[in-house]
Design a protein around this ligand. Structure first.
Ligand code: CTP
Ligand code: MG
Length: 190
């Protein structure tokens, strides 16, 4: 791979991950109402907590799918046969779903872990807060599209795309949450 091809792979790795990056901020906007665990507890502690709602789950996930469809549309109009990294159309749409739903499910998995550790809704948990959605998105996508994950983020120099994504995700998560907090839409700055 030439330096230019590596740079392109890193940018593509970020571009295709947008459907997983959007669901969490979208859940903050669309969220509220009935919690997914309906208030149920397990060994005296909430399973998920009031911060994980049905509206946040589907509002977030479908926001991710919607932005992904737009990205595919842009690539299609630009005449890109591989839809700019999402692969052929039949798998691209599936990848949007696994990235978006994987992100919200990963975020919910993070809340399960926080509740088991006795942390209340909204309590800070460094690393898990920033990466639970990313892990969920990667796991669910790898379950159905392991070849795509491998060629996009693992194979050869593409590992740099993964490293860059981890860095950008951390920074974006911090910055977006601080903005959301200052703007009054989010309860905590993390
Ligand atoms: N949200 C939601 N439904 C989801 C995810 C998020 O309604 N599935 C909304 C909630 O209003 C939540 C806010 O987005 O409070 C911020 O999300 P997050 O930081 O993930 O939740 P926390 O309230 O911090 O709860 P937890 O401690 O479980 O992470
Ligand atoms: Mg939180």
């Amino acid at each position: 791979m030439t330096a230019l091809e590596i740079l392109l792979a890193v940018l593509v790795g970020l571009w295709v991950f947008v459907p997983a990056l959007l669901p969490n901020p979208a859940a903050v906007i669309f969220g509220g109402g009935r919690p997914v665990d309906s208030g149920r507890t397990w060994k005296g502690k909430r399973i998920l907590g009031d911060g994980k709602t049905w509206r946040g789950l589907f509002g977030g996930a479908f926001a991710g799918v919607a932005i992904g469809l737009m990205q595919i549309g842009i690539a299609y109009l630009a005449g890109s046969p591989d839809l700019w990294g999402f692969g052929p159309l039949w798998s691209a749409v599936g990848i949007l779903f696994t990235l978006s739903f994987g992100a919200v499910l990963g975020d919910m998995g993070g809340s399960v872990i926080k509740r088991r550790m006795g942390k209340e809704r909204g309590a800070e948990m460094p690393v898990l807060d920033q990466y639970d959605f990313l892990i969920g998105a990667f796991l669910l996508t790898a379950l159905f599209y392991s070849d795509w994950i491998y060629s996009t983020y693992i194979e050869g120099w593409n590992i740099l795309a993964l490293i860059f994504l981890l860095l950008v995700t951390y920074i974006l998560h911090r910055v977006v949450n601080i903005i959301g907090y200052k703007a009054g839409v989010k309860n905590e700055p993390w």
